[in-house]
Ligand binder design. Sequence first.
Ligand SMILES: Nc1ncnc2c1ncn2[C@@H]1O[C@H](COP(=O)(O)OP(=O)(O)O)[C@@H](O)[C@H]1O
Ligand SMILES: [Mg+2]
Length: 587
Amino acid sequence: MKVGKIIKVSGPLVVAEGMDEANVYDVVQVSDRKLIGEIIEMRGDRASIQVYEETTGIGPGEPVYTTGEPLSVELGPGLIESMFDGIQRPLNAIMELVGDFLEKGVVVPSLNREKLWKFTPTVKVGDEVSQGDVIGTVQETTVVLHKIMVPAGISGTVKEIREGEFTVVDTVCVLESGEELMMMQKWPVRKQRGYESKINPDEPLVTGQRVIDTFFPITKGGTAAVPGPFGSGKTVVQHQLAKWADSEIVVYVGCGERGNEMTDVLLEFPEIKDPKTGESLMKRTVLIANTSNMPVAAREASIYTGITIAEYFRDMGYSVAIMADSTSRWAEALREMSGRLEEMPGDEGYPAYLGSRAAEFYERAGKVNCYGSDNRIGALTIIGAVSPPGGDISEPVSQATLRIVKVFWGLDASLAYRRHFPAINWMNSYSLYQSKVDGWMNQNVHENFADNRIKAMSLLQEESSLQEIVRLVGRDSLSETDQLKLEASKSIREDFLQQNAFHEVDTYASLDKQNLMLDLVLHFYDEGLRALKNGIYLSDLINLEIRDKIARAKYLDESDIGKIADIKTELTKIMDDLIAEGGILNA
Ligand SMILES: Nc1ncnc2c1ncn2[C@@H]1O[C@H](COP(=O)(O)OP(=O)(O)O)[C@@H](O)[C@H]1O
Ligand SMILES: [Mg+2]
C-alpha cells in the first residue's frame, strides 16, 4: 500500500497527500506512532483525517498508512461487562478513566484473544445456513446467552461444526464452500446493521420511573430525548433507565461528560440487582466511555461504536436499550471537525449536515424481525441526553433531535431548583407512543390505567391555570372545589411524580405500584369532592391524617403494595364517617 505524507496538523485534524489509493471512511495510521484516524474527506490525493488520539508532537512530513478498511467494531463474546473507549479499545481499570488512559498508538484488540468460551452448537453437519442463522451459543454471563450468528453475505451447507472451548478467533464452523466461521465478526460502525423488516413498536419499555411509564412512556424500539440545562438531572435519568428499564441488554455511552460519572456507573452497577433476574446489572451491560478528558474526535465515533454493538445484540432477538450522555458533546465534536475542515458553517457554527447525521443515528432504533430462520424479534431503544447551553432548546442540536425522536422528556431548571425530581416538566413533555401504550397498559396493568392518567393530567393542567388566578387575586377567591383541585394536583406532583433516585425503595416502582399509587391519589380527589358536596369543610379534608399515608405509599416495598389498596379503603371509610358526622352537625 502507498504511504501518504502529512502536510498539515490542526488539533484532531491531519491532512495528508499522496493518499490517492485511500477512500473516505478508511482507517489510517498516522506517523510512525501509528495514531488511529479515519478519513473524513478526500480531495484528489489529499485526505482529511480525523485522529482519535492526541496529535501533539506530530508534524508535516511524517507518514500516513492506509489500512483500506472502514472504522469497525469487533462483535462476539466478551462485550458484556466490558468498558471500551470511543473506538472500542478496552478500558479495564477505573484508573484509566480518570488518569492516563491509554498509551498512544497502542494496539489492543477489542475482544480478548486468549479467553476461552464454551461454544454449544445449534446446527449439525448438512444444515443449510445463511445470514443471521444461529450456529451456536455461548453463555456469556449468567444472564446473557450470546448467539453466534452467520455474518452478512455468507451462506452455505455446514461441513463441520465444533463443540467445546474456543477463543473468539478460533474456527467453530466450516461450510462446504470452505468458508470458516469464528465466533467474532466485524462491522463498520457507520453502517446500520441489516434486518428482515421493521415492526411498529407498541410495547412499553418499563423503566420503573413513574413520570415516564405513566405519563410519557417510551416503547421497546422507540426513541427519546432528554434535554435539560446543567444540573437538571439528565445523567440521573439516563442512569436510572440503564439500571431499571426492562431491556435485556444495556449499552451506556458516556460521551464527553465527566469521567467520574462513568466511575459512578462502574462502582454502582455491579452492586445493583436487576429486579427481573436477581443478578448484577453489569451482567447485561456494555459501557462506552469517551469522557471529557479523552480526545474529542473519538467522541464523535463513540455513539456509532455504541449503536453498532447495540444492533448486534438486537440481531440476536434481544430487547436492547442504548443511552447516550450527551449527544450535544457528539454534535460539538462534529462542529469542531467541520470548522477545521473550513466547511460552510450553518446555524451556530454546526455543519449543515447536523440534522441528517442525527436522523441517521436515531433511525437505527426500532423493533425488527431479525435475519435468521428462527423468527427472532429484536428491539433497539435509543435515549439521548441533550445539553442545550443555558437550557434553551431553540438551539440547533435540540431542534435537530426533537424533529426525529418520538418522546420528549423536557427537564426543567426551576423544577430541579425546587428539588422536584425527576425534573421532567409535565406541561411540555410528550410521548407520541401514548395511544399505543394506553391499550397495552389497560390490558396488562389495569383497565383504568389510561383513564387515571388522563384524569391526573387534566388536573395538572387545571392547576396551572388556577395558579395563575391565585397569583392575581389570591387563593381565597377560589371555590372550595377549585381549592380541592389544587390540593389534589399537589398530591399528584409530590406523592406520585416526585421520585427519589437515591432512595432504596422509591428508586424503582413496578407498573402495578404506579397504578395503585395514582389510583390512591385520585381517590382522595374523588372522595374530597363527595365530602364537599355533603357539606364538609375543605380545611377538614386538607388536614386529614391519612394524607400522610398517601404521601408515604411510595416507600412501600414492592412486596407490600397490597397496603396501598388498604389505604384506599380506609380513606373511603374516613370520608363516610366524616360525612355521617357532618350530616348530624348540619341537621
Ligand atoms: N430523580 C432524582 N432524585 C434525586 N435527586 C436527583 C434526581 N435527579 C437529579 N437529582 C439531583 O440533581 C443533581 C444533578 O443531576 P445530573 O443528572 O447530574 O444533572 P445533569 O446531567 O443534567 O447535569 C444530582 O446530582 C442529584 O442531586
Ligand atoms: Mg450530566
